[in-house]
Structures are given as C-alpha cells and as structure tokens.
Write a protein that binds this ligand. Sequence first.
Ligand code: URA
Length: 260
Amino acid sequence: MAIGLERFASGELHDYDCVMPSRYHRLDRFLSQQLQTSRSDLRPVLAAGRVSVNGEVVRDRQLRIGPFDRVECDGRLLAQQTRHYWMLNKPAGVVSATRDEQHMTVMDLLPEDQRQGLHLAGRLDFNSTGLMLLTNDGVWSRRLSLPETGLWKHYRVRVDKALSEADVAAFARGMWFDFEKIHTQPARLVIRSAFEADVWLHEGKYHQIKRMFGRSGKTVTALHRLAVGGIQLDATLAPGESRALTKAEQHGVFDAVPEA
Ligand code: URA
C-alpha cells in the first residue's frame, strides 16, 4: 500500500485536507496530490479496483475527473464538491464582477460564507438592476451563455422619449453592430406605456439594449432584468438580496419560456 493511502486509511489525512480541483484533472494526478503518493505507487491501487468514481470502479488512471465527481478509495470519500447556484437582485451602482478596486461587486452582496468558488453567469451594466445568477458549476453557466441554447433574457426598460411601433419593428429585424461585425438576432419589444417597454433578447452584447435604443435617439433611463430563461427574479428579494436557487430553477432555466 502506498504511503499516503496508509495515512488516509489510518485517519492521519482527512477528507477536509483534500482540495478538489476546480477544473478537470487526470485521475492519477488528482489521487497523487490528495494522497501525497507517487503516481507509480498508485498503479497497483487502481489495478486492484480500489478506486471508484461516482460509484463505478475505475482502473483507467488517465480518466478526467471534475470538481463534482465523487472519488472514493477503499470506500472512503476523498473529495466531492457540491454545486451551488444563486440568484441576486442586483442594485444600481454595483459592478458585475467578483472583485473591483473601486466599487462594490455583486459578490460582495452574497453571504460571506457562500462566495467561495462562485463565478457570474452573465452580467449587467453598472446601473442596470435585477436578476443576476452566480454558480460554481462551469458547465451550467457555459450552457446558459451558449447561443445554441437560445435562452431568452427578459428586461423591463424605461426610455426618455416616446416609444413607437417603429422601435418594435427595428428590434424584431435586428441591427448591424459594426464594432462586433454582427447582425443582432431578432429581439422582441412590447410597449407597456409611452416610455416603458419589455424587451426579450437571446444575446447579451456589450450595452446591447442601450445601443439598440440609441439608434432611434433614445436614452435608456432604467433597465431591470426580470428573467433568464425559465428563472424569474424572486419578487420578494429586495435590491441587494440573494437566495439559493431551488432544484426546479436550476433545471428549469433551460425550459422554453412562455410567450409574453
Ligand atoms: N443591455 C444593456 O444595455 N445593459 C444591460 O445591463 C443589459 C442589457
């Protein structure tokens, strides 16, 4: 038996000494770090079927494992991270970043003991408000942002000049953004009152809504995100408040969003 394994089996090395990688690693590299054992010492351990990943015996030392895989040796859990998903009602004047020299960030608004390892799934401008999602699950956040996932993001917007049917048509046609050299995807604009509208976008280009209204000479005076895919901002959250997503929200985010 390898040295580190003996220390683990005897209780000298503890589960909480093991730090799960935040990215994918080869199984033998992970085991050798966690058990402080050389990779060559691990070969007989793997060959003997003493290691399992997510309940399956694994002998392939090159297997790629990720932060949420359950890795066990001799039936004892070595490490497994839990996935975390949060929603936050972002107030104006807060940066969509995990750290900033000058301003408060959305991360500063989460409970301190929940921030570890989280990243932002999408951003809002400094003065925009509403639904922000944070997670430590990179697969989930990547899927949210992929164009082929086609998630709608729903915003409530106020502008300084009266809205018209020409705006609705222009959003539906999409617009050429010369800086990115793209034609924006069709967006949905529903006028609620002279100066207020709901906007649904598939994309999230830099200042997209402000730039789109800018084409007809309007300035956005307030922009609030109400939903991302199937996740609605919890109306009981005051600006700056956050809560963990429910299981239904974690999975339901990818569900088709009903028509407005
Ligand atoms: N479009 C914008 O212009 N700003 C945001 O924060 C989000 C969408």
